[in-house]
Design a binder for this molecule. Structure first.
Ligand code: FNR
Length: 359
């Protein structure tokens, strides 16, 4: 399985010591435009940097002489039992990175037992991806300006068996990404890169984002689907409070990987006020800038119930297809397990606030 053809046939798994090694290979394999689309962000990339640097401001307080021979990374989330708290963030247009796109990602996520979220703007449709992934794929929703279309998307996701709808709320308009992916839009316009969920239902000229959407959408979603509703893109305690008021099932603290508003705080810096507001009533997840097992450990210690990663698995996808995604998932999981052993926390529940200090 995976891409073993051509000049990278000689690549061996042990050549990848960390996810940055995968990024390096992806830069050799993928076109410049795809790399810029994947790694880019808003304006001068201050939010992208804040996501990464936020983790440097936290240090770990390790405990010793604890039996760490048996490490469990299991977590319970939205009625599901997950093998690992490392989830795949929804990333659009994955065929731009590799011809097998979201299907390769789904096969890798399933084989490694990671929860996957599928973007509204995926190239393969939610039913195709669910067929490759198996049960319990989560569907990420961009509400289009027309609720009739949103309703069709929800129906497609429910027919594909998705138990969770992840509503992204940080995208009333697309952020100012100056390294524009010209090729991507040319391919879409030329019909060479299909939008598996939106083609045929999104009228020409209509955007997949909606500038008018407000909190009422949560009530509308409740009335129009049976999925759990998780809100992605919360960065303040005020919005966490409103999300609770509207009865969402979970929150993802996210700034879209720094691709939307410039000068956001790093998500790990946003997390504490949200955790404080939520008080354990619903799960709080986080994404943005997570590259190492220690980043995952810190996020969990700061109160996240699970973490999501975006770009790293796409580096793997671009570099090596399914096999690359598997490597991109194996590396942080192995790092997390070793970090849990070194910090003296044999299970995820044991990773509490006592294990970190913010500088
Ligand atoms: C994204 N992200 C995203 N989010 C979303 O809700 N729907 C989407 O379609 C996309 N598309 C997308 C494309 C690309 C190329 C990237 C890099 C990101 C945001 C994504 O879900 C997640 O929030 C970030 O990627 C997390 O940050 P890291 O891990 O990439 O630093």
């Amino acid at each position: 399985s995976g891409c073993t053809s051509g000049r990278f046939q000689e690549v061996e798994k042990q050549d990848f010591k960390n996810v940055f090694d995968l990024e390096r290979l992806s830069r050799k394999v993928m076109g410049d435009d795809a790399i810029e689309y994947l790694n880019g962000g808003a304006d001068d990339l201050k939010t992208v940097k804040a996501n990464l640097e936020g983790y440097d401001k936290i240090q770990i307080r390790a405990r010793v002489l604890i039996d760490v021979s048996n490490i469990s990374t299991k977590v319970e989330l939205f009625g599901q039992s997950l093998e690992t708290p490392i989830i795949l963030s929804p990333v659009g247009f994955q065929k731009f990175f590799h011809q097998e796109g979201e299907v390769a990602t789904a096969k890798a996520a399933a084989s490694r037992k990671h929860q996957m979220m599928l973007s509204t703007v995926s190239n393969y449709s939610v039913s195709e991806v669910a067929a490759a992934y198996g049960p319990n794929l989560w569907f990420q929703l961009y509400p289009t300006p027309d609720r009739k279309i949103t309703k069709i998307l929800l129906e497609k996701a429910e027919q594909a068996g998705c138990p969770v709808c992840v509503l992204t709320v940080d995208t009333p308009v697309v952020g100012n990404r100056e390294t524009s992916a010209t090729t991507l839009f040319k391919l879409i316009d030329a019909g060479e890169l299909k939008m598996g969920n939106l083609d045929g239902i999104l009228p020409e000229g209509m955007k997949f984002t909606d500038m008018t959407v407000t909190w009422e959408i949560i009530d509308w979603l409740r009335a129009n689907c049976n999925m759990k509703i998780v809100i992605k893109g919360i960065v303040t305690r005020e919005d966490a409070a409103l999300a609770l008021l509207h009865g969402v099932d979970g929150i993802i603290v996210s700034n879209h990987g720094g691709r939307q508003l410039e000068s956001n705080r790093g998500t790990i810096e946003c997390l504490p006020e949200i955790v404080e507001e939520v008080k354990g009533r619903i799960p709080v997840l986080i994404d943005g800038g997570i590259r190492r097992g220690t980043d995952i450990f810190k996020a969990l210690a700061m109160g996240a119930n699970a973490v999501c990663i975006g770009r790293p698995f796409c580096w793997g996808l671009g570099a090596l297809g399914q096999e690359g995604v598997e490597i991109a998932l194996d590396i942080p999981k192995a790092e997390l397990i070793r970090d849990m052993q070194l910090a003296g926390t044999p299970s995820i529940e044991k990773i509490t606030g006592d294990f970190v200090v913010v500088q």
